[in-house]
Design a binder for this molecule. Structure first.
Ligand code: AMP
Ligand code: MG
Length: 406
């Protein structure tokens, strides 16, 4: 049986990022830039005031830190100055407005006093620190025309959306959101809006996996529930194969109704592996089929909700990241310490739902009393999975343990 490292390598080797597309910058949030972006302007486009105040020649205040100057005009942001500031004069200026010619500093308005009934108007300024360049941002100080301001591979956050707008982009070249088809399989499943009859349960995996895939940057196509019959599976799986990723839940174990691997292979999906040394999650099935914009990745996750979640976090999430042009993180665990004593014994690596609490100097992990891999109720209290390597060991309180945040 494959170990989880090998299994993830096999998945990531097949997760080719999708060809770039152009999207409106308002739709680019969370996506990854496919090419460098350069500025089409100098920013700021002019020497500009960083404060409301008076544009002056610093030399006028140099001797005593004080001067009475004639006020030439008022320049607000968006307007342009019409007069040159010479010795003995000043221009009232607002934050962001272009600095008038001749001026080399801005004295903030808090250090000014407008002299009453002087005509033309005069202002008294007091600023011992007045030096050339004070409260001014020079033209192109933030970026020059033609300069690369965002690199290919950067993730677009709200800040990048703003910067794209500043450099004149209405669209951006990005790797598209991978499309993820979801199919829950099982004769026992009913949609959440129904009260399950005898022998039936509600489909909790479908909505959970949809939410996981959405949060991982996927665009979701929900294919609902398919019964454990070959014809039903064939039809829905056929639809699912039109997407970048098809995530199935259920039907990949060794039971009589576990038909998914056979139907997948009949439809031309090539099996890469079936079963991983992992607990929960051992029945995981993975394969690929040729797709429109790169190989379609097909994950058959075990039907138990906790197994599904673990397999999604370990294998589907990094695959989605890579399809979207990101660097996939391999098992991004972090160190913590056990809150209590715990006896661990398994021949496989175990991911145990747990609650991480940030203490003063470290993070304490409380394992949840987990009733097996169907226990979504307990999982709701978890905010991480504690990772135990295979073997037998008793952990004492305070012992180191790795956790994967949910
Ligand atoms: P399977 O992997 O199909 O053998 O299913 C394993 C267990 O998970 C069974 O107890 C199923 O009833 C349960 N199960 C399968 N699919 C779902 C689902 N979509 N939502 C909740 N439980 C499921
Ligand atoms: Mg089943």
């Amino acid at each position: 049986m494959l170990d989880m490292e090998q299994a993830l390598t096999l998945v990531l080797e097949r997760a080719e990022r999708r060809p770039p597309v152009q999207v409106e910058i308002a739709d680019a949030l969370g996506l990854v830039l496919a090419g460098d972006v350069s500025s089409d302007i100098d920013s700021p486009p002019h020497d500009k005031a960083l404060m409301d105040g008076y544009a002056v020649r610093a030399a006028d205040l140099a001797a005593t830190g004080e001067a009475v100057l004639q006020v030439l005009e008022e320049v607000t942001a968006g307007a342009v100055p019409t007069q040159r500031v010479g010795a003995g004069t000043a221009t009232r200026i607002m934050t962001g407005a272009p600095l008038p010619e001749g001026a080399d500093a801005v004295v903030m308005v808090e250090r000014s006093e407008l002299l009453a009934d002087s005509s033309p108007p005069k202002v008294r300024l007091r600023d011992k620190q007045a030096t050339p360049g004070m409260n001014i941002l020079r033209r192109a100080k933030s970026m020059r025309r033609g300069e690369v301001v965002l690199r290919a591979g950067s993730e677009i956050r709200p800040i990048e959306v703003g910067l794209l707008a500043e450099v004149g982009r209405t669209q951006a070249g990005v790797y598209p959101r991978p499309t993820v088809a979801l199919l829950s399989t099982g004769d026992e499943l009913v949609p959440s809006g129904q009260v399950p009859e005898a022998g039936r349960i509600r489909n909790s995996n479908g909505p959970m996996l949809g939410a996981l895939a959405q949060r991982a940057g996927g665009a979701i196509a929900d294919l609902g529930i398919a019964r454990d019959r070959e014809d039903a599976l064939r039809e829905r799986i056929g639809q699912g194969l039109r997407h970048d990723v098809l995530v199935l839940s259920g039907g990949v174990s060794m039971g009589v109704a576990d038909l998914v691997p056979r139907v997948l292979q009949e439809l031309g999906v090539q099996q890469v592996f079936h079963q991983v040394r992992l607990k929960p999650g051992k029945p995981l099935w993975f394969g690929t089929a040729p797709g429109k914009r790169g190989a379609t990745l097909v994950f058959g996750l075990p039907g138990n909700p906790v197994s599904s979640l673990v397999c999604f976090e370990l294998f589907v999430r990094p695959a989605l990241a890579q399809l979207a042009g990101r660097t996939a993180q391999r098992f991004p665990t972090q160190p913590a310490r056990m809150a209590r004593e715990h006896r661990q014994r398994s021949d496989r690596p175990v991911f145990h739902p747990a609650r991480l609490r940030q203490e003063r100097n470290a993070a304490d992990v409380e394992l949840l009393a987990w009733q097996g891999s169907a226990d979504l109720r307990t999982l709701a209290e978890a905010n991480c999975l504690a990772h135990f390597p295979p073997g037998e060991r008793t952990y004492a309180p305070g012992d180191a343990v790795e956790v994967l945040l949910l």
